[in-house]
Design a binder for this molecule. Structure first.
Ligand SMILES: [Zn+2]
Length: 155
């Protein structure tokens, strides 16, 4: 099932862990609607900006998969409202700033940035049909911090 110009449902539900543990990880209609919105409002604009394919590493997660990953039951991934991704060859810290400056979103988390290497591990972005907070967080090994690391140059 196609969710937007460049993204298909299976890209937002696939999980090696779910496959290995025989978890169905199938979203319902409401969760698919949330994923569609996430693709149209977040992934497509990012795709247009970076001009290269984006491989989401985690989108929708059923409760069992989410628990197995150690995430709380209130995770936006369980509602189909969040996606984790990185873009090969693109500095995630700069990309986080681009998302923050240009898109509407509920929460943007830059996961484990490594400014010395000019990169972060991945971005978590969530989008809700209404009530988006535009909250930016950086996750380090000691927990979550408000805001994003400073970057000297943006692209
Ligand atoms: Zn996430």
């Amino acid at each position: 099932m196609r969710l937007s110009d460049h993204f298909y449902l299976h890209e937002l539900t696939r999980s090696q862990i779910a496959t290995r543990r025989a978890l169905p990880n199938q979203p319902d209609e409401k969760q698919i609607d949330a994923l569609r919105l996430l693709c149209r409002r977040v992934l497509e604009p990012v795709r247009r900006h970076v001009k290269v394919p984006i491989m989401p590493s985690s989108g929708y997660r059923c409760l069992a998969l989410n628990r197995f990953l150690g995430s709380g039951d209130s995770s936006s991934h369980c509602r189909g409202e969040a996606v984790d991704f990185e873009v090969m060859g693109v500095d995630n810290i700069q990309l986080a700033h681009w998302v923050s400056d240009n898109l509407d979103f509920d929460q943007l988390i830059l996961e484990y940035p490594q400014p010395d290497k000019g990169d972060g591990r991945w971005l978590h972005v969530s989008y809700k049909a209404e009530g988006n907070r535009a909250e930016c967080l950086t996750r380090l090994h000691d927990g979550y911090h408000f805001g994003l690391p400073h970057v000297r140059e943006r692209f």
